[in-house]
Design a protein around this ligand. Structure first.
Ligand SMILES: [Zn+2]
Length: 340
């Protein structure tokens, strides 16, 4: 099969890879209908995260089940399925509490690499959610978004306790931040402020429900949010970047007693203890337990109540994955969908 490999910083190639086979009786093999490039794939692409190339890439996926192992009970060949970037059994205590991304049997799908024609999905019964039928083509991008960026933005909004009467501030205007806006809107937030200085992203944020835009960053951006909230700060802040600056911006934009939902993969973030102590904010985040939200998100997409697939503003054949990475790295594209 064809699959994407990262050889080193800036060096993405699509090559022949071994077609995956069932390895454990709980596995399923899926034929990818669509896959994509994640903002987090850019960390190793930019050389900020070390990679021992050639490494298979990709952890977002939707597709049709080809084959299942002998212990798989609920997932069947022919079903169209969505899964998240951590395989999980969905039965252990951590899963049942809603933290499937930290399942005691969690396996990272990124190590398998879904930017390919086929993928082996571990713990198929726990990991995969089947759609009610074969989706119309125009629903596929939205179902793919549910696999990671929508689920992650949704978790961030839930962790930040976005809801009726609340002002939600969103740090980060990538796909996760933008879908955090959509999630906050769905959860009933009254006012949604996004930090963004890119016109196309501002426009999409507005479509998803943002009511205010702040172009300033850092302390100036925090001051703008304070101005918009009678000097108090936002009730809820979504952090969707993962840098020192973005994390501090999120904490400082939040009012005492407010909630920060942080989902940007943390890179060298160090929190100053005394400032954190006096901030009085709740911090909750981490790798999003997307699986917790998948049934609800698939249902909202199936009924066409949300259209998160709008974050894909570039669609390419899998063979052109390298251009998909480049376009995102140069911020020419918000998110690239790849067709195997
Ligand atoms: Zn589990």
């Amino acid at each position: 099969m064809r699959g994407t490999l990262l050889y080193g910083p800036g060096d993405v190639r699509v090559e022949e890879r071994e077609t995956p086979r069932i390895e454990k009786p709980t596995d399923a093999i899926i034929r990818l209908a669509a896959t994509c490039v994640c903002g987090s794939d850019l960390w190793p692409y930019r050389g900020i995260e070390e990679v021992e190339g050639p490494a298979p890439m990709g952890h977002e996926y939707v597709g049709v089940v080809e084959e299942v192992g002998s212990d798989v009970r609920t997932i069947q060949p022919g079903q169209f399925v969505v899964g998240s970037f951590f395989a999980s059994d969905n039965t252990c205590e951590i899963c049942r509490a809603g933290y499937q991304s930290r399942c005691v049997h969690a396996e990272l799908v990124g190590a398998i690499g879904t930017q390919a024609q086929y993928a082996r999905i571990p713990l198929a019964d726990g990991t995969l959610v089947a759609t009610p039928g074969s989706p119309d083509d125009d629903l596929v991008p939205s179902l793919l978004a549910a696999s990671d960026v929508l689920g992650t933005g949704w978790f961030a909004a839930v962790a930040a306790e976005a809801g009726p009467g609340k002002t939600v501030a969103v740090v980060g205007d990538g796909a996760v931040g933008l879908l955090g806006v959509l999630a906050a809107k769905q959860l009933g937030a009254e006012r949604i402020v996004i930090f963004s200085r890119h016109e196309s992203r501002q426009k999409l944020a507005r479509e998803f429900g943002a009511t205010d835009l702040v172009v300033e960053r850092g302390d100036e951006g925090v001051a703008r949010v304070k101005e918009l909230t009678h000097g108090l700060g936002a009730h809820s802040v979504i952090e969707a970047v993962g840098t020192q600056e973005s994390m501090m911006q999120a904490i400082r934009a939040c009012r005492p007693g407010g909630h920060v939902g942080y989902v940007g993969v943390s890179h060298d973030v160090v929190l100053p203890g005394q400032e954190l102590f006096f901030s009085g904010v709740h911090l909750h985040g981490g790798p999003a337990p997307v699986r917790r939200f998948l049934p609800e998100l698939v249902d909202l997409i199936w009924r066409r109540e949300i259209d998160p697939g709008k974050v894909f503003d570039l669609q390419l054949p899998l063979e052109q994955a390298a251009e998909g990475y480049r376009a995102m790295d140069e911020r020419r594209a918000i998110k690239t969908l790849l067709l195997p």
